[in-house]
Design a protein around this ligand. Sequence first.
Ligand code: G4P
Length: 290
Amino acid sequence: MSEMQTIQWFPGHMTKTKRQIQSSLKLVDAVAEIIDARIPVSSRNPDLAKLVQNKPRVILLNKCDMANQTATKLWIDYFKKQNLVAIPVDCKSGRGLDKFAPAVNTVMSKRIAKLKEKGMVNPTIRIMIVGIPNVGKSSFINKMVKKNRARVEDRPGVTRGNQWYTIAKNLEMLDTPGVLWPKFDDKVVGEHLAFTGAVKDQILDIELLAVRLLDFLKELKPADFLARFKLENEDIDNIESYELLKMIGKKRGMLVSGGEIDTERAAIMLLDEFRSAKLGRITVEMPQGR
Ligand code: G4P
């Protein structure tokens, strides 16, 4: 899976992105970091804390419709222990987005109080969205803008090209998200991003990826996965993952001429079903031990 590491981001690209984000950060009071609730570690940018520095931050555990609910709760507690406010959201349906403005108010409460002390009545808070590719930034922005279709016009002193949207009372959002890179030099991170489809399949060995996913599913044994491929009565602990991929392909009648099992098709199907949560709401990374 090493090829994956070189594609989307290269040093020049990273420097340019970093600079863009740093200049946007100057315009905002707080940051909303969108991560994938199924892989809260791998979908984070390793340099974000440094980039954001002392700006208050809200974490959005997105795609929570596809993550395990108990795991999401554990992640929220985990972040709480680190003094970070995290909320579960589903930017496809919009579920949880009503909690966003209150969460921003929570992380901004001290600063808002200070501004009020200085005599500002109802200060406006500006926020920007950041996250790695495919994590749901556009979905979030679209949903928030659709809900509150109010564009902020002609703000003096704001660089042309920056568009702001009022998304709640006294809360404005920058329309362009900051796109950040994942920790792509870590093999496990790469795999987990690939499981969820955050990385393009063309650059991956799809069968190898499916085998790695099966290694994980064999350990976890999600009920929907077992039921979907009729594996309840199979001794999957003692079946090698590539053999299991073949078994799944066979059960689905994926054969090529000569009666061989089409393992590539089986791999694509397995990943597809995992990514669309047909194998259950599965969280790949848990907070324990972190
Ligand atoms: P980005 O701007 O961060 O790159 O991500 P984007 O919003 O484009 O979302 C990437 C994919 O993830 C999209 O699917 C989007 O619909 C999906 N998505 C975003 N948020 C959620 C969520 O909370 N739950 C679920 N289930 N999916 C989510 P796509 O396949 O690229 O497009 P489409 O299926 O919307 O056509």
